[in-house]
Ligand binder design. Structure first.
Ligand SMILES: [Zn+2]
Length: 102
């Protein structure tokens, strides 16, 4: 959205890997908070998209270390990456212990 981009890998084959809902629990976003409304700086789509493709190919080929468990965030105004560790949420509505057996 705008000048910010994010990339992560959610690998359901790995029991330690969080799912998307672990990292971004469902909330009611204000309608103006989505990228369709706020817009996106077009080159960021290419930058993040190329990284997504690289991560997908790495997973398919079994090469290197996937981004699973890490969230990379790009500040496009400063062209600066930051990173945070993301973990599986045992209470996750999608993959948590009480919901995974469905
Ligand atoms: Zn989850």
């Amino acid at each position: 959205m705008r000048f910010d981009g994010q990339i992560a890998v959610y690998d359901p084959r790995s029991p330690a890997s969080p799912c998307y809902a672990c990292v971004f629990p469902e909330t009611e976003l204000a309608p103006e908070a989505d990228c369709a409304t706020m817009g996106v700086f077009a080159p960021l789509v290419g930058i993040v998209g190329a990284m997504q493709a690289a991560e997908a190919l790495k997973l398919l080929c079994g090469v290197g270390q996937a981004l699973s468990g890490r969230l990379l965030m790009l500040d496009g105004k400063r062209m600066q990456w930051s990173e945070m560790t993301v973990t599986r949420n045992a209470a996750c509505e999608v993959c948590g212990h009480s919901h995974a057996a469905r």
